[in-house]
Design a protein around this ligand. Sequence first.
Ligand code: SF4
Length: 262
Amino acid sequence: MRKELKTKATALVSGCTNMYTMFGLSEELKQQTRELNPIEALTFLADSFPGKIVFSTSFGWEDQVITHMIFENNLPIKVFTLETGRLFPETYYVWNRTMEIYGQPIHAYYPRQDLLEQMVTQKGPNSFYESVDNRKECCNIRKVEPLKRALAGNDIWVTGIRAEQSPNRQHMDNIEWDESNNLVKFHPIIDWHLDQVKDYIKLYNIPYNTLHDRGFPSIGCAPCTRAVQPGEDFRAGRWWWEDQSKKECGLHETHGVKLEVS
Ligand code: SF4
């Protein structure tokens, strides 16, 4: 069965990019990877889609676990991050420390200079506090457009999403078809609980963002992220000044529902 799947994957990579074929393949990959542990699944996908598989990290707990799996096993998966220019000093520290420890590159995608200069010139550096539209404009320039560039030409996008992070994610599978980006998304630790993530970090002495120890379960841009109180929702610290229903930035979308990400 694996051989058969690999043949299909090879056909896809060699030019069969019809959307319906991709969707069908994602359904098959869902079945195949369900039986594999995260490292086995990452290895299998990296082998099946050479040069067409990427992992996006924002250096949170979950992402550090997956980064460790990729780098420790020398998996040919490109690791990239979105350098929004507004990250916490702690995030830059763990980013640098991760590169030092593993000796591997982490590709940085910056916002387009012309778009950023125009927005900041016209609206100032903190326009995102003034309206949802302004905030979405900032997220689009600093995150969404660079993400599109990072994903372009790839077939598999690996993420650190976990089901318990949001009610919207409760019924997500480990593999999903991402129609807006025309690729398959793979969430290797979708069914992990936070304690498993923390135990893994501890077991392998993986560097992590110390903001997690200070009440930040989810870490994004510094001006748009605050600590949460015990009992508060996982995402309560993100864009906290906004109506809950508008808290997304368009990076992840599943079953027609947009999901906020780091
Ligand atoms: Fe801009 Fe805040 Fe979005 Fe970061 S999270 S891109 S600073 S609006």
